[in-house]
Write a protein that binds this ligand. Structure first.
Ligand code: ADP
Length: 296
């Protein structure tokens, strides 16, 4: 029912007392390796909730690629669309300092080789999907091809992360465009004339999307469609680690929309999923089941 097209990365995490300067070496903690990448995270989050989910992505023919395939399969994701080879698996080199701040270097690797032709070759996945969810950790031309490949009546959800100016063809297809505060500001660029997220939502909507969602961390989210902007209440939780909360939110929203929920109801559910995800450490490891969301 849900097709996620996007990135799959191995997250390589080392804790450090402080970051090295140029030419300097510092010692860190033992290496931790986690499956990540926005596409892989979204697919796992949706499947964990019980959504029938497929992932279209590209990994390398290497150990990290196998780690990512294993984590998708363990969550119940259909991996027939996960292509192997062409470049090493994408990697994020992450250092975390004692205050919890991250510094990250991403090597897109195989994600950068997910090509428009790979999208065209996956037509059967598109025909089986009510909702297709994408991010920008794969080439923009591939995202454009996703828009052109949507089956009649199916819905396109985009989280433009990392944010780039988007062509009109992509903006017009979004239903919704999902942005956090940082992404909203980059996509708006010179049109970001206000500090109010309500205004961002309205101005983004005027750029073409059929609907817009602005996520506001602990403050919840805003949904906008037609002339209306409404607030999605946040859920009060003790936040432990917000990594991957946006991906869980987007996956939950896309899945609920595919089951026929209204945008407001789907976003309210997604906010609960996002809140549950911040109560546990990690990205994929923090994602709740539907029963855990109901218990929140
Ligand atoms: P991103 O991870 O992309 O920056 P946000 O931080 O806006 O996105 O988080 C996405 C969603 O996850 C929010 O809209 C909210 O529903 C939920 N969320 C995130 N942080 C918290 C928090 N501290 N408490 C409750 N919910 C949260």
């Amino acid at each position: 029912d849900l097709l996620v097209v996007g990135s799959a990365n191995a997250d390589l995490v080392i804790g450090v007392e402080r970051r090295p300067g140029a030419g300097e070496t510092v010692l860190g903690t033992d290496l931790a390796v986690h499956p990540g990448g926005k596409g892989a995270n979204q697919a796992v989050a949706a499947a964990r909730l019980g959504a029938r989910t497929a992932l279209l992505a590209r990994v390398g023919d290497d150990d990290y690629g196998r780690l990512l395939l294993d984590s998708q399969r363990a969550a119940g994701v259909d991996t027939v669309g996960v292509l192997v080879g062409g470049a090493p698996t994408g990697v994020a080199l992450i250092t975390v300092d004692p205050s919890g701040d991250n510094s990250i270097v991403v090597s897109p690797g195989a994600n950068g080789r997910l090509a428009p032709g790979d999208v065209r070759a996956a037509a059967s996945l598109f025909h089986a999907s009510r909702v297709v969810s994408t991010q920008l950790e794969v080439p923009l031309e591939t995202v454009v091809e996703v828009v052109r490949s949507l089956a009649p009546g199916s819905r396109f959800v985009l989280n433009p992360s990392p944010p780039l100016p988007l062509p009109r063809e992509v903006l017009d297809a979004c239903d919704p465009l999902i942005v956090n505060e940082h992404e909203a500001k980059v996509i708006l660029g010179d049109a970001c004339v206000s500090d109010r997220p309500e205004d961002w939502a309205r101005i983004l909507l005027a750029k073409g999307p059929r609907s817009v969602v602005v996520t506001l961390g602990a403050e919840g989210a805003l949904v906008a469609s037609g002339a209306e902007v409404s607030r999605v209440p946040s859920v009060k939780v003790d936040a432990v680690d917000t990594t991957g909360a946006g991906d869980a939110f987007t996956a939950a929203l896309a899945w609920r929309l595919g089951t026929g929920a209204s945008l407001a109801r789907a976003a309210a559910y997604a906010a609960r999923v996002g809140a549950a995800a911040v109560t546990r450490a990690g990205a994929q490891a923090s994602y709740p089941t539907a029963a855990e969301v109901d218990a929140l």
